[in-house]
Every structure is written in structure tokens, then in C-alpha cells.
Ligand binder design. Sequence first.
Ligand SMILES: [Zn+2]
Length: 353
Amino acid sequence: MNLRLPGLVDGHVHLREPGGEHKENIASGTAAALTGGVTMLLAMPNTSPPIVGAEGLRLVQRLVGETALCDVGLFVGAAEDNATQAAALSAETAGLKIYMDQTYGPLRMRGLAALLTHFATWPARRPIAVHAEGLSVAMAIGLARSFGRRLHLCHISRADEIALIRAAKASGADVTCEVTPHHLFLTEADAGRLGPYGSMKPPLATQADVEALWAHLDGVDCIATDHAPHTRAEKEGAEPPPGVPGLETMLPLLLTAVAEGRLSMERLVELTHDGPQRIYGLPVQAETWVEVDTDARYTVTSDLLHTRCGWNPFEGMDVQGRVRQVVLRGQTVFRDGRIKAAPGYGRVVVPNQ
Ligand SMILES: [Zn+2]
């Protein structure tokens, strides 16, 4: 059956430009997005150099305007000393991204002083998105409550984290959270099989954690890919960087879950469109939709994928559901495996004021 869905909004993507163009750039990353039915994405600031002020933001806005194939919103990153500059950019960014735990890139925050300054300075009406794992989730919720800030918890992956977020929401905290497809569809057993290609932050979890994510999906606000490409050479090097691509496989995996009765189509749309739009206050894309064939069965391979890194952790998995066509602002931008959009058709996304 062919079905129309709204264009997906992916709230967590690493486009790697500037500084990591050998892994991905804005053109290849947004091509991967359209292939997966994603018409709007939010790009993370841990590029090289990172986006921590007006100069870096202007550069990436210009690159998006020249080369993007889908619409792109941008995060500003928290550094030790940029709270005022970051807050000044709040109206034109999706949110402030704070790295409270170790990940790829230079933006890890250390110590309480800079965190306090950021939570006190960032405008209360705009979200603060955090990379927080384990105890850091509790720290982030405590900081947000203390300063009356809106908190979004990225890539939640553990049963105890989900339990804490449920309790925080029940107590009235202004907290939202996301989960990734790799934490929903892969476990630590897959990490053993995949080796460096199964390494990411947070790492793949136990079967019990994965079951907890599915069981408590009603308490999850959105699904985001955390698309984080690295080359095969980097992954097979002495110190493989964490991260996996995911833009092209999110929708087929979720459509498979719908076919298996694990997820309703209505909930799929909430988690990949309504949820991220609500969390970040994103504009509606007019005349924008994705046509999917919900009967198409195939095995995920790496050869048809548009991401520059050329591999995928879901390779070999049988899925049901294929993206046939993507229409953005009335124009066909993807059809049957081919990109139809011209570079620069995508726009910089400015949140609703
Ligand atoms: Zn990330």
C-alpha cells in the first residue's frame, strides 16, 4: 500500500561540515536525509571548529543556503565561556546543546560553574538539549528545574533513565526526551558482532534496556537518528570514533515495527514529526510529504545509501517499508532512489518566535 506521511523532522544529526567533510558534508548528509524521508533536520554544533558563536553560525547558515537539499536548523554549542554569545543566538537556533558526558568532538563541559552560567543565561522559552548519560541525566534535570529552563534529553537509552524521566515529568518538570533507532533496534549483543561499527555514545544497551524503551515509548517525545558518520578507515583505526549513520534507515525500521504491530502509524508520525516540531517550535513545511510503500520487503544494504561514510550498522536486516517519493514545498526532491533537489533548495530553519 502506498501511503502519505508528513515530511520527517530529525532533531539530532551530525553533518560534519565544516571540518569533517571526508565523513559527510551538508550536501551528502541532506541527500541521506531525503532518502530516508527526512525533510527537516537539526544539525549538531560539534563540528571543527564548533558552532559556539555568531561567526561559526553565519558560516554554516551560508553553507546550508548554498548546498543543502532539505531544510536545516542549527544548534549553538555550549563552551566554557560563551553563555552570553550563545544566548544572543537563541532566536535563530533550534536550541543550546550541552555535552555533559564524553562524546566525539571538543565540546564536553567540565565543572559546575560554566553549567550554572549557561542554565542561568539561556532564554527560558527555548530548549536546552543535553547529551547526558546515567547520573548526568539527574544532574541535567536538577539544573533545569533550579533555573526554570526547558530541558530536552538526547538519545536516552537505559531503563533507569526512562524511569527517572517519567518521575520528573510526573512531578511537573518541563522535560522532553528522544530515543534513537539504534537503541531501539540493536543491543549490546549486536555491538559485539559489529565491532567498531557498533560503537556509539551512549553505547548499545542490554536487551532489558531495549525492552524498557519499547515498553515506555508513550513517555518518549521523539525519535531522532543521532546520525553520526565516520569513514571505514576511521572505524577500523586504533581508536575508532563513536557514532553510526542512521538517516536513511530510520523510517524503514519504524515502518517495519508498524508492520509487526509494535508501533502504530499514528504514533510513528507523532514521534518523527509532531514531537520534534513541538519541542523545538519549528515551522510547518507547506506542501511537504513522503510517499512510502508499506508492503516493500528488502534487506538493508550499504550500496544505495547516500551518506558519504558508505556503511550502515543495520546492514543485513530485513525491513518492510520503502520511501518512494519525497515532496518538499510542492517539488519532488526524491523519487525511487534518486535525488531530484538542486543544491541550495533546502533552507535554514528559524524557529517560531
Ligand atoms: Zn549526537
